[in-house]
Design a protein. Structure first.
Length: 285
C-alpha cells in the first residue's frame, strides 16, 4: 500500500561535485578537446558542450545522450551567432554587459573553487571509509514482509478477522474486503523497513510473530488487519550501489560546515535592502 509509506524527502544542496556530464568524460577519455564546429571562423569544442551540459543538464536529463548533444551544440552555435552580431554593434562596453560579466566572473570563481574544494574534502577513499564503517560493518536493519486488509471501520476489521478464524484464507479475505490497491495481490505489501510505514502500522507489524494475524489497527488511512508473513535482515547495498548517495551526503555535510566557517570569517553588511523598490530587486530579462 503506497500511501502507508513515508514520502522520501531528498535533495542535495546546490554545492555538489560538478562533473561536466558525459561529454566532459568523453573529452577526458580521448585525451583531446576536439573541435566539433566552426562559427564565423571560430571553433566550438567538445569542452564547450561539456560546460553547456553542466549549465543545462538537469533540464535536458530525460533526453537521450545523442539528442542532448545535438541540442546543446545547436544552442552554442546560435549563441555564438548572436554574440558575434552584438560585437559588430560594439556592445562589449554596454553597462548591462559589464554588469553581467562582473556577476558571472564571481560565479565562475565560486563554482570552480567549490568543486575543487569538495573534491579535496570528499575523496573516493573517504567515501569508501564511510561505506565500510556505516554500511559494510554495521548491523543490517530488519525488514518485514506483511499483508493487510484495509477497511473503513473497526467493525469491518473484526468481521474480516472472524472470517479468517473461521477458516477463510487471509488472501481470500483481503481480495473480498480490502479497499487498498494491494487487495488484488491478497493484501501483500512486499518487504519494507519500519521507517517506511506510518508509526501505528509499523509498530504493530514489528511487534508480531511470523504467521500471526493482528487485532484491528487504526491509522490515518482506516482500519487494518495485518498478517506478518516473515522477517529478515535487509540485504546491504554494494559499494558501487551506495557510493553516489554517500558522496551526496558527505558533500552536503562538508558544504554546510565550510560555508558556516566562511560566513563567520567574512565581514557582511546589508544596507538598504528593506527599502529597495521591487523594480530594483527584479533582474532584467
Amino acid at each position: 500500500m503506497r500511501c502507508l509509506r513515508r514520502p522520501l524527502i531528498s535533495g542535495v544542496l546546490a554545492f555538489g561535485l560538478a562533473t561536466g556530464g558525459v561529454f566532459a568524460a568523453s573529452a577526458a577519455d580521448t585525451g583531446s578537446d576536439e573541435i566539433i564546429a566552426h562559427v564565423n571562423g571560430k571553433p566550438i569544442k567538445l569542452s564547450d558542450v561539456a560546460l553547456a551540459d553542466e549549465e543545462m543538464g538537469q533540464a535536458l536529463a530525460q533526453l537521450p545522450e545523442q539528442q542532448r548533444f545535438q541540442y546543446l551544440l545547436s544552442m552554442l552555435i546560435d549563441r555564438r551567432i548572436v554574440a558575434d552580431a552584438a560585437r559588430a554593434k560594439k556592445m562589449q562596453d554596454d553597462p548591462m554587459v559589464k554588469a553581467r560579466e562582473a556577476y558571472f566572473d564571481e560565479k565562475v570563481l565560486r563554482d570552480v573553487y567549490w568543486v575543487q574544494l569538495m573534491r579535496d574534502k570528499v575523496s573516493e577513499a573517504k567515501v569508501k571509509a564511510y561505506y565500510d564503517a556505516n554500511i559494510a560493518k554495521a548491523e543490517s536493519e530488519t525488514e518485514a514482509h506483511a499483508a493487510h486488509i484495509l477497511v473503513t471501520s473497526k467493525a469491518e476489521a473484526q468481521k474480516a478477522i472472524d472470517s479468517i478464524k473461521g477458516g477463510e484464507s487471509f488472501e481470500a479475505a483481503a481480495k473480498k474486503a480490502s479497499k487498498d490497491s494491494s487487495a488484488a495481490d491478497g493484501g501483500d505489501l512486499g518487504w519494507f523497513k519500519k521507517a517506511d510505514m506510518v508509526p501505528e502500522f509499523a509498530n504493530a507489524v514489528f511487534a508480531m510473530k511470523k504467521g500471526e494475524v493482528s487485532a484491528p489497527v487504526e491509522t490515518q488511512f482506516g482500519w487494518h488487519v495485518i498478517k506478518l508473513i516473515d522477517t529478515r535482515k535487509a540485504p546491504k547495498p554494494t559499494f558501487e550501489e551506495a557510493q553516489d548517495e554517500i558522496m551526496r551526503s558527505l558533500v552536503r555535510e562538508q558544504s554546510n560546515k565550510v560555508m558556516e566557517d566562511l560566513r563567520k570569517a567574512a565581514k557582511v553588511e546589508i544596507v538598504g535592502a528593506a527599502k529597495a523598490p521591487a523594480s530594483q530587486m527584479t533582474p532584467a530579462p
